[in-house]
Design a protein around this ligand. Structure first.
Ligand SMILES: *[C@@H]1O[C@H](CO)[C@@H](O)[C@H](O)[C@H]1NC(C)=O
Ligand SMILES: *[C@@H]1O[C@H](CO)[C@@H](O)[C@H](O)[C@H]1NC(C)=O
Length: 210
């Protein structure tokens, strides 16, 4: 993750530098994502939550023959426009959707997000199930948001999922968030690490400069 030493490259001509650049981008793929240190667990969680544009959301099924069983489904999420993540995953939902119908019966839900959704793990050669491929599990209730928070949710989601703007207006879309009560982090070895919502929201998404 350290910066390439450019002065050494200045000796190359423009023509030999170009292939070198493409070789470097293959050899140091991690340079596109700078993950916080493993011991900054809350910061890692915030980082993963901001990088991921979608999540697997588990609900308790309300649909026969799965009533009462875990039900995992894919949702587009955003915790804020790129570069300004809040940590809170927002979603754009309709009551016509099968998992949203579960939420109306029981709002308990769990969102799973992984750096396997970015190209980081693949380029590093980390299997999605490896703890080296950082992933998080957020737990809480999914609740509708209103007013200013709904305005923010719209900005957060539509900036990262522009096609949402054109989703059929007769579906009664609404904005929702996961009201986080538990943050579990799988990053590096040593088992799952638990972060309280207070620690999670207190963590800075960006490296501190003091
Ligand atoms: C979110 O969860 C907290 C803690 O369980 C609770 O006090 C709060 O009322 C919840 N907020 C909403 C909007 O459901
Ligand atoms: C909040 O962040 C500050 C600065 O990083 C830290 O000193 C403090 O311990 C944190 N508090 C909690 C509850 O995580």
């Amino acid at each position: 993750m350290s910066a390439v030493s450019w002065p050494a490259c200045s000796r190359f001509s423009r023509f030999s530098l170009l292939p070198l650049l493409s070789l470097l981008s293959v050899l140091s793929p991690a340079s596109s994502l700078r993950i916080p240190p493993h011991d900054e667990v809350a910061q890692v969680a915030r980082f993963v939550a901001h990088q991921c544009d979608w999540a697997s959301m588990a609900t308790v099924s309300s649909h026969s023959p799965l009533i009462g069983r875990p039900f995992s489904n894919t949702f587009s999420v955003s915790d804020g426009p790129r570069g300004s993540g809040t940590g809170t995953p927002y979603m754009y939902l309709t009551r016509m959707e099968v998992s949203v119908q579960d939420l109306q019966v029981n709002p308990a839900s769990s969102l799973s997000m992984s750096l396997a959704q970015t190209d980081y793990c693949r380029l590093q050669g980390f299997d999605p199930q490896s703890p080296l491929c950082a992933h998080i599990i957020l737990s809480g209730d999914t609740v509708e948001v209103e007013g200013l928070e709904a305005e923010f949710a719209q900005k957060a989601l539509f900036s990262r999922h522009p096609e949402m703007i054109d989703w059929p207006s007769d579906h009664s879309w609404f904005f929702a968030k996961l009201n986080i009560t538990q943050v579990w982090v799988l990053d590096y070895f040593g088992g799952v690490k638990k972060v309280t919502p207070e620690e999670y929201y207190n963590a800075s998404l960006h490296r501190k400069h003091h």
